[in-house]
Design a protein around this ligand. Structure first.
Ligand code: FAD
Length: 463
């Protein structure tokens, strides 16, 4: 058995863990990172990156299919496209592999030692790692838990056979003819839309009265409309009850009535759970916040010398939150004065059209006082028209008294890129006048942002 010591030990090399380790290495901290899988975690290997690759391929395929159908107003016609999903997946795997190597290289460049294997706590300062070459014991002054999250299944639909999670959905070699998606949150809809564009007959089963239920109906309306255009059937107030005896259909109860959805595959996307089992949490007995590890505004757990970051610490389970926490913790360990003071964590749904939110929704903002809301529709935006992306809008929410911007939302083609401007505006404490007074390049969809601010100020120009 080998033993090593270090100042900082990071468990898990997802976006939280690897960013923490790289920053710590850059700050001259003697750092070790342990990872059981490949560098990059869920996000890089089976989450953000592979899903966006599949979504892009599906978009391209659908555009060509649309043109082949002679329906394109652009005057372009092409022959009907064909798809080799195995080749698409191989292309996606190539991107993932390049990024795996990139993360491994950055860790090395920062002087971080990587240990491959599964880590288990022995006590608050000691971790044992099962590696390919035997057990390695690591003693550390400070430990960061960045073990991430995993897909949740349903008791009536355990993963296996035709019942798959997002991980398997991102590695299929053939497009299923009929795909039932259980759970109409962002992961289910992103993947459901992609498979519909690739030719699957998709049905979404959602237990709540609306899909994307955490967003307001005004914001999700263009997405719901597009689901119908793509031929995706959406069942709301519907509960998945299990597979039929022949395992070729999903049993569903909708508004008290039992029914069946024929499906070759059932993709279950009902949420993700923190990875808090199998690594000796019981040895260190940390305080929990529900199923997540409880942390303070410096990501410290209830035990001195143990920090926790990323999905294992709660919502929003997003890669950029994990990264920001990782960077902050590395600096705290290096002795810098830091605490969590971020105003906004933007969130994007890479649906069709895309949806982005930063800060407070109108409903949330209203609970804090009087507000002003300005909405600019893309139907009045030249760039959106040239991209056939007129459905959607930018919406700005501000305090009525001093016009401080509290929240910004958008839905529309390609609006994920606007999340950068939205996050920056909130972080800088922008007012409606600041946004309205910033010159935005023409013609861009970004022009919708100052126009929405002008609308809230009662002096919109283009609507
Ligand atoms: P993870 O990325 O889950 O990494 C944890 C790592 O720890 C894993 O590699 C695991 O192998 C390792 N590990 C765990 N326990 C141990 C142990 N005991 N020993 C050794 N190693 C261990 N987020 C976005 O922001 N944007 C998106 O577009 C987006 N799309 C997504 C799409 C899908 C399909 C999915 C599933 C997720 C998506 N997410 C997205 C969420 C994002 O992937 C997570 O928020 C992010 O990966 C969390 O990072 P993390 O570092 O906390 O944990």
């Amino acid at each position: 058995m080998k033993e090593i010591s270090c100042k900082l030990l990071v468990i898990g090399a997802g976006p939280g863990g690897y960013v923490c380790a790289i920053r710590a290495g850059q700050l001259g901290i003697d750092t070790v990172i342990v990872e059981a899988g490949k560098p990059g975690g869920t996000c890089l290997n089976v989450g953000c990156i592979p899903s966006k690759a599949l979504i892009h391929a599906a978009e391209e395929f659908e555009k060509l299919s649309h043109m082949a159908g002679g329906k394109s107003p652009l005057g372009i016609t092409v022959a009907a496209p064909s798809l080799d999903l195995a080749a698409t997946i191989a292309w996606k795997d190539g991107i993932v592999s390049r990024l795996n190597n990139g993360v491994a290289g950055l860790l090395k460049k920062a002087g971080v030692k990587t240990v491959h294997g599964w880590a288990t706590f022995r006590d608050g300062k000691t971790v044992a790692v099962e590696t390919e070459i035997g057990m390695q014991v690591i003693r550390a002054e400070t430990v960061v838990i960045a073990t991430g999250s995993a897909p949740v299944d349903l008791p009536s639909l355990p993963f296996g056979g035709p019942v798959i999670s997002s991980t398997e959905a991102l590695a299929l070699s053939e497009v299923p003819e009929r795909l039932a998606v259980v759970g109409g949150g962002y992961i289910g809809l992103e993947l459901g839309i992609a498979f519909a564009k690739l030719g699957a007959k998709v049905t979404v089963v959602e237990a709540l009265p609306r899909v994307l239920a955490q967003y307001d109906a005004e914001l999700t309306r263009p997405v719901v409309k597009r689901l119908a255009e793509l031929g995706i059937e959406v069942l709301v107030n519907a509960k998945a009850k299990g597979l039929s005896t022949k395992r070729d259909a999903l049993l569903v109860e909708t508004n008290g009535k039992n029914g069946k959805i024929a499906g070759d595959m059932v993709l279950v996307t009902v949420g993700r759970k923190p990875v808090t089992e199998g690594w000796g949490l019981e040895q260190i007995d940390l305080d929990m916040a529900g199923s997540f590890i409880r942390i303070d505004d410096q990501c410290r757990s209830s035990m001195r010398g143990i920090f926790a970051i990323g999905d294992v610490t709660g919502e929003p389970m997003l890669a950029h939150r994990a990264m920001a926490q990782g960077e902050m913790v590395a600096e705290i360990v290096a002795g810098h004065k830091r605490s969590w003071d971020r105003r906004a964590i933007p969130a994007v749904c890479f649906t069709d059209p895309e949806l982005v939110t930063a800060g407070l929704s109108p409903e949330e903002a209203k609970t804090r006082g009087e507000i002003k809301v300005g909405l600019f529709p893309f139907i009045a935006n030249g760039r959106a028209m040239t991209k056939l992306g007129e459905d959607g809008f930018v919406r700005v929410v501000a305090r009525a008294d001093n016009h401080l911007v509290l929240g910004i939302q958008a839905v529309g083609q390609g609006v994920s890129e606007l999340s950068t401007a939205f996050g920056l505006a909130l972080e800088m404490g922008a007012t409606l006048e600041d946004i309205a007074g910033t010159i935005h390049a023409h013609p861009t969809q970004g022009e919708g942002f100052p126009e929405a601010a002008l609308k809230a100020l009662g002096r919109a120009v283009h609507v």
